[in-house]
Design a protein around this ligand. Structure first.
Ligand SMILES: NC(=O)c1ccc[n+]([C@@H]2O[C@H](COP(=O)([O-])OP(=O)(O)OC[C@H]3O[C@@H](n4cnc5c(N)ncnc54)[C@H](O)[C@@H]3O)[C@@H](O)[C@H]2O)c1
Length: 359
């Protein structure tokens, strides 16, 4: 079933959910007219899978496709510069619209490109990974990486629309589904106890990528993000709750220079560590902590990591963008389905939480 949900805020936009990729052209014609120049930005892997479907629906328009290599490293200023040259060769102008076809990397890269090309052109994201469908395509953040830090150069630049075809999940490998699942469990812990129950009672279907269950999971999960970002567009308030598990997770990713632990694995171990800290503070019961660890484990997500120095990990957390005036700002779960911001966590407590997840 198709649905439309509007993301609120000063620059609201619609999410079209459960819509076939090949039908985007019809929507564009109806919404923006029969003429137009569309620049599809995708990567080589996604182009092989879905570019024909998209282009078949765009035959009435002048359309060009740029496929970049499939890598997080493409989220760079160097690639932005190359995209600029390619776009100019395609005679792109201020009326050109970018169609970002792919996961979070393409959404961030193409969205950031759209935000600065000729001082900003319009773009639509067609997210093809679970993570992009439930998380990165919602909230208007676009960015590229810099040698000094991930997502260091970016802006808030909402798309015209998000066009989500859940059937693209059929080709997504399990390890990529897991990246999205870690964020889905995070959404459940942040504010939706019923979503947590749903995931708990459908782990087998999720592991078989049962379409109906995956779609429901994605719809419920993205609703959490839509609600939070609609109320806090620029991350001035409760949007920080979406950082649950990420301060710990980023520290692990940094420790491995983004080469070892995947983002989903980092978030999963981060959720386990944050839950442990919350448990030690009396914010959750033994059985709630067990439920969280069991659910992550059932979905083959890690909840611990081999020998690491907790002091070094603590040190990585000092560089977290969310910290304020030298204080570590941590999001902690409160039971299941509620979360809170802690500004008073002592280093000792954090080290203890790390020790709980280091084997
Ligand atoms: N802007 C935001 O708010 C936000 C939020 C979270 C994450 N992010 C960013 O998102 C990125 C991670 O996104 P991601 O997890 O989607 O990674 P990704 O875009 O690299 O996609 C993961 C892999 O799946 C492949 N793929 C994509 N769709 C496919 C499909 N349907 N079938 C088969 N393979 C497919 C990709 O080619 C890639 O190899 C990071 O750069 C992260 O910083 C941004």
């Amino acid at each position: 079933m198709r649905q439309r949900i509007d993301v609120g805020g000063s620059h609201g936009y619609p999410l079209f959910l459960g819509v076939p990729i090949e039908e985007l052209g019809g929507y564009l014609e109806e919404r923006y007219g029969a003429r137009g120049h569309y620049l599809i930005i995708t990567n080589t892997l996604v182009a092989d899978l879905y570019a024909d479907k998209l282009m078949n629906g765009l035959k009435q328009f002048r359309t060009e496709l740029i496929a970049v290599p499939d890598s997080e490293e493409e989220k760079s200023l160097n690639r932005i510069s190359k995209l600029t040259e390619q776009a100019l060769r395609c005679r792109a102008d201020r009326d050109t619209m970018v169609l970002a076809l792919g996961g979070g990397v393409i959404g961030d890269l193409a969205g950031f490109f759209a935000s600065i090309f000729m001082r900003g052109i319009r773009y639509i994201h067609i997210p093809t990974t679970l993570l992009a469908q439930i998380d990165s395509s919602i909230g208007g953040k676009v960015a590229v990486n810099h040698p000094s830090g991930k997502n260091l150069l970016g802006s808030f630049y909402p798309p015209q629309a998000v066009w989500t075809d859940f059937s693209t999940l059929d080709t997504l490998p399990w390890k990529e589904i897991q990246n999205g699942l870690a964020e889905t469990i995070k959404h459940a812990l942040v504010s939706d106890p019923n979503l947590f129950d749903f995931i708990e009672s459908h782990t087998e279907e999720i592991k078989c990528a049962d379409f109906k269950v995956m779609k429901e999971l994605a719809m419920r999960s993205l609703a959490v993000k839509v609600k939070i970002v609609s109320e806090d567009e620029k991350e001035k308030g409760q949007r920080i709750l979406l950082n649950l598990g990420h301060s710990f997770g980023h520290a692990l990713e940094t420790d491995e220079a983004y080469k070892g632990v995947t983002h989903g694995q980092g978030v999963s171990i981060g959720l386990a560590a944050a839950s442990s800290l919350a448990h030690a503070r009396g914010l959750m019961t033994d059985s709630q902590l067990d439920r969280i660890i069991n659910l992550l484990t059932k979905l083959d997500l890690p909840t611990s990591i081999e020998s690491r120095d907790p002091e070094i990990l603590l040190n990585h957390m000092s560089a977290d963008k969310k910290n304020k005036a030298g204080n570590k700002i941590l999001v902690l779960p409160v039971g299941i389905g509620k979360s809170s911001v802690a500004t008073d966590c002592e280093d000792e407590e954090i080290v203890k939480a790390w020790k709980k997840v280091i084997k």
